[in-house]
Design a protein around this ligand. Structure first.
Ligand code: NAP
Length: 248
């Protein structure tokens, strides 16, 4: 049977690196994105050129109807889902909490938290032996921010990732007897475009001397941990929050 994997936010950065690495390790990959179809198509093209199978699917993870359609599309085109990487996530511009708006908090929590919970719910409905599935693995992409708090940058983002950590622990316990493993990775400062989207394209270079390893990480280094957690090599690993942060 094919190993079928959905990665949210896989058009670039950590999601795209994970999609390519997972495909090399035998996964059929659904490459989700919300805006940049050209980038998602390029990820799919790369995977297919290497002889594996992938499709691109547009859906905003914060939109329940779009997420339901995405899972139905995967059911029809790829077959039973056995892997999910909840990777789609956003930051916002650096601001102290005193200056942040409710609209900003709602937007961030709807994507980072509710989007991940929604995709996990749909994955569990398909993977759980309790619902007739054959088991599976879920990896949530949290952040070192969940334990650092990100003062004067984005405490709201850090809080959204702390919610992901707690969700990971609870869902892991809830589904461990039903064939599902649930883990999280907590990347530190990783070289991707997310920093530009928060108005700081040089953030990793500016902060790297505060990282004990003295450098930012790559999307590939995070992908290696995610793909390991997805694999049978991690068969007794669940409820783990794995830091990939150069000791930050
Ligand atoms: P990125 O380069 O900004 O990529 C974000 C991806 O998410 C893009 O593919 C984007 O797709 C997609 N996306 C954004 N909003 C979406 C939505 N509502 N629905 C579906 N897809 C959506 O980010 P990254 O740095 O690779 O980060 C990936 C994950 O790692 C995030 O959860 C982030 O919080 C976490 N993380 C990153 C770092 C870091 O330093 N980079 C550190 C810790 C944790 P489109 O382009 O199509 O919009």
């Amino acid at each position: 049977m094919d190993k079928v994997l959905l990665i949210t936010g896989a058009s670039r950065g950590i999601g795209a690196a994970t999609a390519k690495l997972a495909a090399q390790q035998g996964w059929t990959v659904a490459v989700n994105y919300t805006a940049n179809s050209l980038a998602a198509d390029e990820v799919v093209r790369t995977i297919r050129a290497a002889g594996a199978h992938a499709i691109a699917i547009r859906a905003d993870v914060a939109n329940e109807a779009q997420v339901m359609d995405m899972f139905a599309h995967i059911d029809a085109k790829l077959g039973p889902l056995t892997g999910l990487v909840n990777n789609a996530g956003v930051v916002d511009v650096s601001q102290p909490v005193a200056e942040q708006s409710v609209a900003r908090w709602r937007h961030m929590f709807e994507i980072n938290v509710i989007g991940s919970m929604l995709c996990a719910r749909e994955a569990v409905r398909r993977m759980s032996t309790r619902y007739g599935g054959s088991g599976g693995s879920i990896v949530n992409v949290s952040s070192a921010a969940a334990r650092l708090g990100s003062p004067n940058e984005y405490v709201d983002y850090a809080a959204s990732k702390a919610a992901i950590d707690t969700f990971t622990i609870g869902l892991a316990k809830e589904t461990a007897g039903d064939g599902i493993r649930v883990n999280a990775v907590r990347p530190g400062l990783i070289e991707t475009e997310i920093h530009a989207s928060g108005g700081k394209p040089n953030r990793v270079a500016e902060l790297k001397h505060h990282i004990p390893m003295q450098r930012g990480g790559t999307a590939q280094e995070v992908a290696q941990s995610i793909v390991w957690l997805l694999s049978d090599a991690a068969s007794y690993t669940t409820m783990s929050l794995i830091d990939v942060s150069g000791a930050r």
